[in-house]
Design a protein around this ligand. Sequence first.
Ligand SMILES: Cc1ncc(COP(=O)(O)O)c(C=O)c1O
Length: 382
Amino acid sequence: MEWQIPLANIDFDSREETAVLEVLKSRWLTMGGVTQAFEEEFASYVGAPHAIAVANGTAALHLACLGVGLVPGDEVIVPSLTFVATANAVRYCGATPIFADIESEHDLDISLTSIEKKLTERTRAIMVMHYGGYACDMPGIMNLAKVHGLKVIEDAAHAVGSDIDGRKLGIWGDIGCFSFFSNKNMTTGEGGMIVTNDEDTANKMRLLRSHGMTTMSWDRHRGHAWSYDVVELGYNYRIDEIRAAIGRVQLSKLDLNNERRRNLSLLYREQLEELVPSIVLPFNTSRGTSAAHLMPILLPVGFDRIGFMEHMKSNGIQTSIHYPPIHKFQTYIKDGAAHFDLPVTDSVTGREVTIPLYSGLTDEDVANVVHSVQEAIYTVDN
Ligand SMILES: Cc1ncc(COP(=O)(O)O)c(C=O)c1O
């Protein structure tokens, strides 16, 4: 389907093309010097001493779970209102995701009070997800984690460039994970990054990224090593030089693009204001500066969501749902998730629709989307 206004779009130009071409001409495609430069630039951007580039955000989350030492029997408190990869990563380690509720219909991030209620003697970690790029209550969550001796992993897939008081999201917790999937604020097609302050954890995750091998092809190519040992059961979670090259260019554009996203979100909020409180615009206030990854709206209670999305579609406007809650997925129900009582998550997830947001969206596009939302709210049968 050719959308007139897609949900997300990519900001690529001749700079990405040139960067890719340079890698192709170099004839070294697997992880090497370009990836190292990407890691260094990303580390410096977020203000972390260690950044590890990986194949995708899911691999980042899996390595983070291994990095904090999760083992079967451990419990990790996670939101249900997130992409399934957040909780899957916990299960890859044989640990159990324990779902916590979100704050409210105005703040779709994990609730500190709910986290506190889910703590048991088995809780090893808290995994937060900064919904739409809007920061969770990191000062409160870090404080709680400290009191109970818990690790904190940030799923910052939506939040590249977000901060609280100038401190970037991803470096508040023990480990931060980013995704560069093609709908994200910066993209490499598939790709991800892990950041941490802790050198031992960084070394462990680096080792696990590449089969647990002590040296890599790149070291041997440069004549720095002849052989290797395998000291852990690792994976192939490497990124490649083509993606890393795209990532470097995308990172250089990130701040400007995020600023445009924030301005567009404000424009949406101003123009949709007349429909409030019929509809809810979550995150009208936020903690710190958001990367404005998503523009979620909540339809009136009981409103026909599919009818709404069909109406938007009839105007060539793509919409989406973020997210069907994880505790309602079959594989999670089979795993015992049905008993989780998450009233706020349940009340919000049937009403949420995400409208288009990307840096290339024009003010006119926003006006067209808003017009279509108004039409839908006034005309869709309920
Ligand atoms: C919140 C969240 N977590 C994790 C992921 C997984 O990232 P990836 O698709 O790069 O594996 C995504 C994105 O797709 C995401 O949105």
